[in-house]
Design a protein around this ligand. Structure first.
Ligand SMILES: [Zn+2]
Ligand SMILES: [Zn+2]
Length: 329
Protein backbone atom coordinates (compact mmCIF):
# COMPACT_ATOMS: atom_id res chain seq x y z
CA UNK A 1 0.00 0.00 0.00
CA UNK A 2 1.87 2.99 -1.37
CA UNK A 3 1.67 6.66 -0.41
CA UNK A 4 2.46 9.10 -3.21
CA UNK A 5 0.66 12.24 -2.06
CA UNK A 6 -0.08 13.26 1.49
CA UNK A 7 -3.77 13.91 2.07
CA UNK A 8 -6.46 13.25 4.68
CA UNK A 9 -7.00 9.56 5.39
CA UNK A 10 -10.68 10.10 4.52
CA UNK A 11 -9.53 10.49 0.90
CA UNK A 12 -7.89 7.02 0.93
CA UNK A 13 -4.35 8.17 0.07
CA UNK A 14 -2.77 4.68 0.04
CA UNK A 15 -2.88 2.80 -3.24
CA UNK A 16 -2.50 -0.95 -3.72
CA UNK A 17 0.40 -1.28 -6.12
CA UNK A 18 2.89 -3.88 -7.36
CA UNK A 19 6.46 -2.80 -6.62
CA UNK A 20 9.75 -4.68 -6.90
CA UNK A 21 10.57 -7.05 -4.05
CA UNK A 22 13.24 -5.44 -1.87
CA UNK A 23 16.59 -7.25 -1.55
CA UNK A 24 18.55 -7.72 1.67
CA UNK A 25 21.86 -5.83 1.35
CA UNK A 26 24.93 -6.61 3.49
CA UNK A 27 24.00 -6.84 7.17
CA UNK A 28 20.29 -6.79 6.44
CA UNK A 29 17.41 -9.23 6.76
CA UNK A 30 14.36 -9.50 4.56
CA UNK A 31 11.12 -10.71 6.11
CA UNK A 32 7.99 -12.00 4.52
CA UNK A 33 5.54 -9.84 6.43
CA UNK A 34 2.70 -11.57 8.28
CA UNK A 35 1.27 -8.66 10.22
CA UNK A 36 1.81 -4.93 10.55
CA UNK A 37 0.06 -2.92 13.24
CA UNK A 38 -1.19 0.56 12.43
CA UNK A 39 0.16 3.47 14.47
CA UNK A 40 -1.07 7.02 14.90
CA UNK A 41 2.28 8.16 13.49
CA UNK A 42 1.25 6.53 10.20
CA UNK A 43 -1.71 8.92 10.13
CA UNK A 44 0.61 11.89 10.76
CA UNK A 45 2.87 10.71 7.92
CA UNK A 46 0.01 10.02 5.51
CA UNK A 47 -1.83 13.28 6.21
CA UNK A 48 1.21 15.55 6.12
CA UNK A 49 1.64 16.50 9.80
CA UNK A 50 5.18 15.16 9.25
CA UNK A 51 7.17 15.95 6.10
CA UNK A 52 7.80 12.99 3.81
CA UNK A 53 11.41 11.77 3.73
CA UNK A 54 10.83 9.47 0.79
CA UNK A 55 8.30 9.42 -2.04
CA UNK A 56 6.59 7.14 -2.90
CA UNK A 57 6.56 5.50 0.51
CA UNK A 58 5.25 2.26 1.98
CA UNK A 59 4.31 3.14 5.59
CA UNK A 60 4.21 0.76 8.56
CA UNK A 61 6.62 0.25 11.43
CA UNK A 62 5.20 -2.46 13.70
CA UNK A 63 6.12 -5.41 11.55
CA UNK A 64 6.10 -9.12 12.32
CA UNK A 65 7.37 -11.60 9.77
CA UNK A 66 9.66 -14.51 9.04
CA UNK A 67 13.12 -14.05 7.63
CA UNK A 68 13.26 -15.28 4.04
CA UNK A 69 16.50 -13.70 2.85
CA UNK A 70 19.73 -12.89 4.67
CA UNK A 71 22.22 -10.29 3.43
CA UNK A 72 25.97 -10.92 3.33
CA UNK A 73 27.57 -10.96 6.77
CA UNK A 74 24.29 -10.99 8.70
CA UNK A 75 24.78 -13.87 11.13
CA UNK A 76 22.59 -13.02 14.13
CA UNK A 77 19.41 -14.68 12.82
CA UNK A 78 18.43 -17.70 10.73
CA UNK A 79 16.19 -18.03 7.75
CA UNK A 80 12.62 -18.86 8.88
CA UNK A 81 13.01 -17.17 12.25
CA UNK A 82 10.22 -14.82 13.34
CA UNK A 83 11.33 -11.27 14.08
CA UNK A 84 9.85 -7.87 14.79
CA UNK A 85 10.76 -4.62 13.07
CA UNK A 86 10.05 -1.34 14.86
CA UNK A 87 10.28 2.39 14.14
CA UNK A 88 13.99 2.95 14.89
CA UNK A 89 16.18 1.27 12.25
CA UNK A 90 19.48 3.15 12.26
CA UNK A 91 21.65 5.24 14.56
CA UNK A 92 25.26 6.35 14.06
CA UNK A 93 26.44 4.76 17.32
CA UNK A 94 29.08 7.46 17.75
CA UNK A 95 27.38 10.75 18.65
CA UNK A 96 27.21 12.08 22.22
CA UNK A 97 23.65 10.72 22.60
CA UNK A 98 24.44 7.23 21.35
CA UNK A 99 27.47 7.10 23.64
CA UNK A 100 25.35 7.87 26.71
CA UNK A 101 22.54 5.32 26.08
CA UNK A 102 20.21 7.84 24.47
CA UNK A 103 20.26 6.44 20.96
CA UNK A 104 16.62 7.53 20.59
CA UNK A 105 17.97 11.09 20.39
CA UNK A 106 20.63 10.34 17.75
CA UNK A 107 20.52 13.15 15.14
CA UNK A 108 21.42 10.62 12.44
CA UNK A 109 18.63 8.16 13.26
CA UNK A 110 16.46 6.64 10.56
CA UNK A 111 12.96 5.20 10.79
CA UNK A 112 11.01 2.32 9.27
CA UNK A 113 8.08 3.29 7.08
CA UNK A 114 9.37 6.87 6.98
CA UNK A 115 13.00 6.99 5.79
CA UNK A 116 12.60 3.62 4.06
CA UNK A 117 9.68 1.47 3.03
CA UNK A 118 7.82 -0.23 5.86
CA UNK A 119 5.41 -3.06 6.52
CA UNK A 120 2.22 -2.24 4.64
CA UNK A 121 3.61 -4.70 2.12
CA UNK A 122 4.49 -8.33 1.52
CA UNK A 123 8.20 -7.85 2.24
CA UNK A 124 10.25 -5.58 4.47
CA UNK A 125 13.96 -5.09 5.11
CA UNK A 126 15.74 -4.41 8.39
CA UNK A 127 19.39 -4.10 9.46
CA UNK A 128 19.99 -7.12 11.71
CA UNK A 129 20.96 -4.93 14.70
CA UNK A 130 17.44 -3.49 14.67
CA UNK A 131 15.54 -6.79 14.43
CA UNK A 132 13.88 -8.12 17.58
CA UNK A 133 13.44 -11.67 18.70
CA UNK A 134 9.78 -12.08 19.65
CA UNK A 135 8.35 -14.06 22.59
CA UNK A 136 6.55 -17.27 21.53
CA UNK A 137 3.66 -16.47 23.86
CA UNK A 138 2.27 -13.96 21.38
CA UNK A 139 0.95 -14.64 17.89
CA UNK A 140 1.88 -12.31 15.04
CA UNK A 141 -1.17 -10.06 15.21
CA UNK A 142 -1.04 -9.63 18.97
CA UNK A 143 2.67 -8.92 19.32
CA UNK A 144 2.75 -6.32 16.51
CA UNK A 145 1.14 -3.48 18.55
CA UNK A 146 3.91 -3.77 21.13
CA UNK A 147 6.49 -2.68 18.57
CA UNK A 148 5.55 1.00 18.61
CA UNK A 149 2.29 1.63 20.46
CA UNK A 150 3.54 -0.44 23.36
CA UNK A 151 7.06 0.91 23.17
CA UNK A 152 6.28 4.60 23.16
CA UNK A 153 3.88 4.09 26.05
CA UNK A 154 6.54 2.09 27.88
CA UNK A 155 9.12 4.82 27.48
CA UNK A 156 6.54 7.46 28.45
CA UNK A 157 5.77 5.44 31.58
CA UNK A 158 9.48 5.35 32.51
CA UNK A 159 9.77 9.09 31.84
CA UNK A 160 6.69 9.71 34.00
CA UNK A 161 8.80 8.43 36.92
CA UNK A 162 5.91 7.31 39.11
CA UNK A 163 6.58 6.80 42.81
CA UNK A 164 5.82 3.37 44.25
CA UNK A 165 2.06 2.68 44.23
CA UNK A 166 1.66 5.90 42.30
CA UNK A 167 -1.41 7.48 40.76
CA UNK A 168 -1.13 7.65 36.99
CA UNK A 169 -3.42 9.67 34.75
CA UNK A 170 -3.67 8.62 31.10
CA UNK A 171 -5.12 11.22 28.75
CA UNK A 172 -6.39 9.56 25.57
CA UNK A 173 -6.96 5.81 25.37
CA UNK A 174 -5.71 4.28 22.14
CA UNK A 175 -3.31 1.49 21.40
CA UNK A 176 -0.48 2.64 23.70
CA UNK A 177 -2.75 3.30 26.63
CA UNK A 178 -4.38 -0.15 26.36
CA UNK A 179 -0.97 -1.70 26.76
CA UNK A 180 0.49 0.62 29.36
CA UNK A 181 -2.59 0.44 31.60
CA UNK A 182 -1.84 -3.26 32.04
CA UNK A 183 1.85 -2.67 32.81
CA UNK A 184 1.06 0.11 35.30
CA UNK A 185 -1.70 -1.84 37.06
CA UNK A 186 0.56 -4.87 37.29
CA UNK A 187 3.28 -2.73 38.85
CA UNK A 188 0.83 -1.69 41.57
CA UNK A 189 -0.09 1.78 40.33
CA UNK A 190 -3.57 3.24 40.37
CA UNK A 191 -4.59 4.22 36.83
CA UNK A 192 -7.02 7.00 35.92
CA UNK A 193 -8.12 7.36 32.31
CA UNK A 194 -9.57 10.34 30.48
CA UNK A 195 -11.09 9.59 27.09
CA UNK A 196 -13.99 10.89 25.04
CA UNK A 197 -15.15 7.49 23.83
CA UNK A 198 -17.64 5.43 25.84
CA UNK A 199 -16.10 2.25 24.40
CA UNK A 200 -12.70 3.28 25.67
CA UNK A 201 -14.07 4.17 29.12
CA UNK A 202 -15.54 0.70 29.31
CA UNK A 203 -12.34 -0.94 28.08
CA UNK A 204 -10.15 1.04 30.47
CA UNK A 205 -12.20 -0.20 33.42
CA UNK A 206 -12.01 -3.77 32.14
CA UNK A 207 -8.24 -3.49 32.03
CA UNK A 208 -8.05 -2.42 35.65
CA UNK A 209 -8.26 1.38 35.56
CA UNK A 210 -9.52 2.63 38.93
CA UNK A 211 -11.47 5.41 37.22
CA UNK A 212 -12.29 6.35 33.65
CA UNK A 213 -14.31 9.29 32.42
CA UNK A 214 -14.51 12.00 29.80
CA UNK A 215 -14.13 15.06 32.04
CA UNK A 216 -11.07 16.31 33.94
CA UNK A 217 -13.38 17.90 36.52
CA UNK A 218 -14.58 14.48 37.67
CA UNK A 219 -11.08 13.23 38.51
CA UNK A 220 -11.30 11.90 42.10
CA UNK A 221 -7.87 13.14 43.18
CA UNK A 222 -4.62 14.58 41.88
CA UNK A 223 -2.24 12.27 40.01
CA UNK A 224 1.48 11.76 40.64
CA UNK A 225 2.19 11.54 36.93
CA UNK A 226 0.36 11.72 33.66
CA UNK A 227 0.92 10.50 30.13
CA UNK A 228 -0.67 12.53 27.36
CA UNK A 229 -1.46 10.22 24.43
CA UNK A 230 -3.97 12.43 22.60
CA UNK A 231 -2.12 14.59 20.02
CA UNK A 232 -3.78 17.76 21.27
CA UNK A 233 -1.77 20.57 22.87
CA UNK A 234 -4.88 22.09 24.41
CA UNK A 235 -5.00 19.09 26.76
CA UNK A 236 -1.62 20.04 28.27
CA UNK A 237 -2.86 22.73 30.71
CA UNK A 238 -5.71 20.65 32.24
CA UNK A 239 -3.36 17.66 32.45
CA UNK A 240 -0.75 19.72 34.34
CA UNK A 241 -3.48 21.08 36.57
CA UNK A 242 -4.46 17.51 37.45
CA UNK A 243 -0.98 16.76 38.80
CA UNK A 244 -0.06 16.78 42.44
CA UNK A 245 3.09 18.53 43.67
CA UNK A 246 6.21 17.22 41.95
CA UNK A 247 4.11 15.54 39.25
CA UNK A 248 5.41 14.82 35.77
CA UNK A 249 3.45 14.90 32.52
CA UNK A 250 5.10 13.00 29.68
CA UNK A 251 3.84 13.50 26.15
CA UNK A 252 3.87 10.26 24.19
CA UNK A 253 3.25 11.52 20.66
CA UNK A 254 5.52 12.39 17.78
CA UNK A 255 3.17 15.24 16.87
CA UNK A 256 1.23 17.62 19.09
CA UNK A 257 -0.89 20.61 18.12
CA UNK A 258 0.19 23.91 19.72
CA UNK A 259 0.14 24.13 23.49
CA UNK A 260 -1.80 27.18 24.71
CA UNK A 261 -0.27 29.61 27.20
CA UNK A 262 0.52 28.18 30.62
CA UNK A 263 -0.01 29.88 33.95
CA UNK A 264 3.02 29.32 36.14
CA UNK A 265 1.07 28.97 39.35
CA UNK A 266 -1.75 26.78 38.06
CA UNK A 267 0.26 24.57 35.72
CA UNK A 268 3.94 24.38 36.70
CA UNK A 269 4.79 25.68 40.18
CA UNK A 270 5.40 23.10 42.95
CA UNK A 271 7.96 21.40 40.73
CA UNK A 272 5.58 19.96 38.20
CA UNK A 273 7.32 18.97 34.96
CA UNK A 274 6.32 18.68 31.35
CA UNK A 275 8.44 16.49 29.10
CA UNK A 276 8.34 14.97 25.66
CA UNK A 277 9.15 11.37 24.79
CA UNK A 278 11.05 10.71 21.60
CA UNK A 279 11.04 7.29 19.92
CA UNK A 280 12.75 4.60 21.96
CA UNK A 281 15.99 2.73 22.43
CA UNK A 282 16.51 -0.91 21.52
CA UNK A 283 16.88 -1.59 25.23
CA UNK A 284 13.34 -0.22 25.79
CA UNK A 285 12.04 -2.70 23.20
CA UNK A 286 13.73 -5.69 24.81
CA UNK A 287 12.54 -4.64 28.27
CA UNK A 288 8.93 -4.23 27.12
CA UNK A 289 8.88 -7.57 25.29
CA UNK A 290 10.22 -9.28 28.43
CA UNK A 291 7.79 -7.56 30.79
CA UNK A 292 4.83 -8.15 28.44
CA UNK A 293 5.64 -11.86 28.47
CA UNK A 294 6.11 -11.97 32.25
CA UNK A 295 2.78 -10.30 33.02
CA UNK A 296 0.89 -12.10 30.21
CA UNK A 297 -0.10 -8.78 28.69
CA UNK A 298 -3.09 -8.87 26.35
CA UNK A 299 -3.25 -6.68 23.29
CA UNK A 300 -6.62 -6.04 21.70
CA UNK A 301 -6.52 -5.95 17.94
CA UNK A 302 -8.86 -5.58 15.04
CA UNK A 303 -7.71 -7.34 11.89
CA UNK A 304 -7.80 -5.75 8.43
CA UNK A 305 -6.61 -7.16 5.13
CA UNK A 306 -3.71 -5.26 3.60
CA UNK A 307 -5.83 -3.64 0.83
CA UNK A 308 -8.07 -2.19 3.58
CA UNK A 309 -5.20 -0.11 5.03
CA UNK A 310 -6.99 3.17 4.28
CA UNK A 311 -10.01 1.99 6.22
CA UNK A 312 -7.78 0.94 9.13
CA UNK A 313 -6.28 4.46 9.24
CA UNK A 314 -9.73 6.07 9.01
CA UNK A 315 -11.11 3.90 11.81
CA UNK A 316 -8.11 4.65 14.01
CA UNK A 317 -8.42 8.38 13.41
CA UNK A 318 -12.09 8.31 14.34
CA UNK A 319 -11.45 6.10 17.39
CA UNK A 320 -13.88 3.67 15.77
CA UNK A 321 -11.68 0.66 16.41
CA UNK A 322 -11.38 -1.46 19.53
CA UNK A 323 -7.70 -1.75 20.38
CA UNK A 324 -5.12 -1.58 17.60
CA UNK A 325 -5.82 -2.05 13.90
CA UNK A 326 -3.50 -4.71 12.50
CA UNK A 327 -3.01 -5.38 8.80
CA UNK A 328 -2.62 -9.03 7.98
CA UNK A 329 -0.76 -9.83 4.82
ZN1 LIG B 1 24.04 8.82 17.45
ZN1 LIG C 1 4.47 4.25 15.75
Amino acid sequence: MVLSDQKPVSESPLVLQEIDEPKAAAGELRVKVNACAVCRTDIHIVEGDLDLHQKPLVPGHQIVGRIDEIGAGATQFRRGERIGIAWLRHVDGSCRFCRRQQENLCPNSRYTGYDTNGGYAEYAIVPQEFAYELPDDFDDEHVAPLLCGGLIGYRALEKAALPENGRLLLVGFGSSAHIITQVAVHRGHKVYVLTRSDNHIHRARELGAAWASSDFRDLPEKADSAILFAPSGRLVPPTLESLDRGGICSIAGIHLSDVPGLNYDRHLYQERQLRSVTANTREDARALLAEATAIKLQTHVTIYDLPDANRALQDMKESAVDGTPVLVI
